[in-house]
Ligand binder design. Structure first.
Ligand code: HEC
Length: 136
């Protein structure tokens, strides 16, 4: 009896793994993964940097490591993989937080109070990505 696995089975299995792997890599690279409805920012990080430097560094630090606690939660670290790769913290979350703030923690509702326009919020999100270990 021939106990070798038929070549065709091996070829098929290899092809299946390759296709699945490629698909997985593609899916994993998508921004907002885990939340298919998340809208990735299309802002301009160079413009966003100006806003961040003027209005956000006091609490988020120039390198985005945060850790400033006023009341409630401290500002998050965008270098912490447990935070940044949690699918909950996608661009929709960042946009919502910058627009509506987190009153209890002292994060200002920049959008709702009219201090930042929607386009400026997109720019600042794009800049935050340059500080994050997650680039999309
Ligand atoms: C007075 C301090 C303070 C300032 C100034 C501030 N933030 Fe925050 N921010 C916080 C705190 C505290 C949190 C955490 C809120 C929470 O999770 O309850 C936060 C959370 C965030 C989040 C959610 C991030 C995440 O990954 O969970 C974003 C985005 C954000 N801030 C952006 C900004 C931007 C943009 C600016 C400037 C326009 C800014 N913040 C200015 C204190 C501040």
């Amino acid at each position: 009896m021939d106990s070798r696995v038929p070549l065709r089975t091996v070829a098929l299995a290899t092809a299946a793994i390759a296709v699945f792997g490629a698909f997985y890599a593609f899916a994993a690279a998508k921004p907002g993964m885990g939340n298919p409805t998340a809208r990735p920012s299309t802002g301009n990080p160079i413009e966003g940097r100006k806003i961040f430097t003027a209005k956000c560094v006091a609490c988020h630090k120039a390198d985005g490591t945060g850790g400033i606690k006023l009341t409630g939660n401290p500002s998050p670290s965008w270098k912490d993989p447990r935070h940044v790769f949690d699918p909950k913290f996608n661009d929709d979350y960042l946009r919502d937080c910058i627009t509506n703030g987190k009153m209890k923690s002292g994060m200002v509702a920049w959008g709702k109070t009219g201090q930042l326009k929607p386009a400026e919020i997109e720019n600042v999100i794009a800049y935050i990505h340059t500080l994050m270990i997650r680039k999309k």
